[in-house]
Design a binder for this molecule. Structure first.
Ligand SMILES: Cc1cc2nc3c(=O)[nH]c(=O)nc-3n(C[C@H](O)[C@H](O)[C@H](O)COP(=O)(O)O)c2cc1C
Length: 381
């Protein structure tokens, strides 16, 4: 992996190591994928301001996210099926995040369970909650996250019904994987992935199977999601969840100023400007283009984070400059994981850290708090 200089290198390597159905699962948006593409492309339309002959010594990227100290404002976003990019993926990614001093967020739809990740890490991680119709099960997930010492709950608001990802259907994505000749071929051509997968017992949804009523296996992800996720989730439920949890609460998936106003009124600690990495409403604006108006409207009342399309340290700085207090990365760490397990995630974080550090200096700043609108030369947003 020494030859991996940027996130694109890690992506290329992951593509060679991860079976197609799981690589595509990560590397897809919904429908025409226009929002997925816009998330990345819109960062390129923002230009940074080059400054010279200012003191660039002794730089620091340290700050806080929802009051937690972080070595840089970059958390790992919750991603389902992470343990299919690499065996034991959630545990390895959480360990890499711990070493790097950034938060790891475990998805409800993870392969490794909350308890399993807690048993293999020392620092508290964050837990992401999807709300199912079975409120007893939702309540028990919240209680399990608290018992495991999770230090923030990330409540996802933008996936009560599933945006269609054509690749997942074409590839017959399911977990545990089906064994049709096509799938067997995909796996046979990825021997390292297979060997690691044979060595682990963690191959289905650890938080769900054996915990939710009448769920012993999840043969089709999309059918299960359609049956279980609650399409009637409302702001009232957010209040119920906030009270039941009682700790730091982050609302994920806000893209509209009116919704941001509602989110600010809930008493949550932060919101994440996000379109689920372009995997839900295709045709929605990119996260980075939606960020400035939301930060302007509610940034003094609730901490504003963002995710979607970040592929470099420069992108993180642009997000901070346009009003984010913190950021999350999804695919960049998944590519690292697919490329090289825990070391790959560490490398993804290190690449972003180094890019951010150098870029901050070249913009004439030494502290991350200096990444304000003033470091932007031009922005269409
Ligand atoms: C493969 C994959 C799985 C995801 N699963 C979840 C999930 O289980 N829960 C959730 O809230 N968001 C999920 N997301 C969305 C991410 O948390 C995040 O919003 C998105 O990945 C950010 O965009 P980026 O990948 O361009 O960084 C997923 C994203 C990807 C790529």
């Amino acid at each position: 992996m020494t030859a991996s200089l940027d996130i694109a290198d890690l992506k290329a390597r992951a593509k060679r190591r991860v079976p197609k159905m799981f690589f595509d699962y990560a590397d897809s948006g919904s429908y025409t994928q226009s929002t997925y593409r816009a998330n990345e492309e819109d960062f390129g339309r923002i230009k940074l301001r080059q400054r010279v002959l200012v003191d660039m010594a002794n730089r620091s990227l340290k700050t806080t996210m929802v009051g937690h100290p972080v070595s840089m404002p970059v958390a790992l976003a919750p991603t389902g099926l992470t343990g299919m990019q690499h065996a034991d993926g959630e545990i390895l990614a959480a360990q890499a995040a711990e070493e790097a001093g950034v938060p790891f967020t475990l998805s409800t739809m993870s392969i490794c369970s909350i308890e399993d990740v807690a048993a293999h890490t020392k620092s508290p991680f964050w837990f992401q909650l999807y709300v199912m119709k079975d409120r007893d099960f939702v309540g028990s997930l919240i209680d399990r996250a608290r018992a495991a010492g999770c230090s923030a709950l990330v409540l996802t608001l933008d996936l009560q019904i599933l945006g269609q990802r054509h690749n997942d259907i074409r590839n017959g994505l399911s977990t545990p994987p089906k064994f049709t000749p096509k799938h067997i071929w995909q796996m046979a051509t990825r021997p390292f992935w297979c060997l690691d997968m044979l060595k682990t017992k963690r191959r289905t949804f650890g938080n769900i199977v054996g915990h939710a009523k009448n769920v012993s296996d999840l043969s089709s992800l999309s059918t299960w999601t359609a049956e279980q996720f609650d399409p009637q989730l409302s702001w009232k439920d957010v209040e119920w969840i906030r009270q039941r949890w009682g700790g730091k609460l982050i609302l994920k998936g806000v893209l509209d100023v009116e919704d941001a106003e509602m989110a600010a009124r809930t008493g949550a600690d932060a919101l994440i400007v996000s379109n689920h990495g372009g995997r839900q409403l295709d045709g929605a604006p990119s996260s980075i283009s939606a960020l400035p108006r939301i930060a302007e409207a509610v940034g003094d009342r609730i901490e504003v984070h963002m995710d979607g399309g970040i592929r470099s340290g420069q992108d993180v700085l642009k997000a901070l400059a346009l009003g984010a207090r913190g950021t999350f990365i999804g695919r960049p760490f998944l590519y690292g994981l697919g490329a090289g397990g825990r070391e790959g995630v560490k490398l993804a974080l290190e690449i972003i850290r180094r890019e951010m550090d150098t870029t901050l200096a070249l913009c004439g700043r030494r502290e991350i708090s200096g990444a304000t609108r003033e470091i932007i030369a031009e922005s269409p947003f």
